[in-house]
Design a protein around this ligand. Sequence first.
Ligand code: HEC
Length: 151
Amino acid sequence: MKVLLHSLLAAAAIVVATPASAQFAKPEAAVKYRQSVMALMGNHAGRINAQLKSDKPNFQAIQSSAALMETLTKYQFEGFIPGSDLVANTNAKPEIWSNQAKFNDYAKKLQGEVVKLSSTARGGDVKAIQAQFGEVGKACKSCHDDFQKEQ
Ligand code: HEC
């Protein structure tokens, strides 16, 4: 029993110490992963936008998309592993890896704004949700302006 516990603890330590790059078999998989998460973020931002423009916004739909976005931002930047800027179909600029501090700042900024969006959405005040949604949009755009290739 003691041995089992010991090996479980050792396994847990390995999981904690494993870098994000170990989650992906090859750089192509990391690119696919990050583009997929980004695409989901874009889709759910679009859904919230549509509700905010409607005469009768569906608050449950807004809350559900905001909650999903909050979860997704925890994984959104995992796929940006070293070497994945060389994958042919990526639109990530190589500056992400030469200016990682700035990229991480943008990532953290987005995470903070999305947490606020999710809590504001639960309040059900359209004007407040619109204002916070605007902040999220700015956080997406400022990173794309610097670190996403023109398409
Ligand atoms: C910290 C930087 C950063 C932030 C913040 C960010 N993105 Fe991105 N996004 C990128 C980069 C870099 C790419 C290009 C990824 C690639 O092609 O490998 C990208 C790609 C995308 C794509 C294209 C995905 C595809 O199908 O190829 C969408 C859609 C997108 N982002 C939506 C969003 C939305 C919506 C937000 C905000 C809620 C957001 N992003 C926030 C950096 C960011």
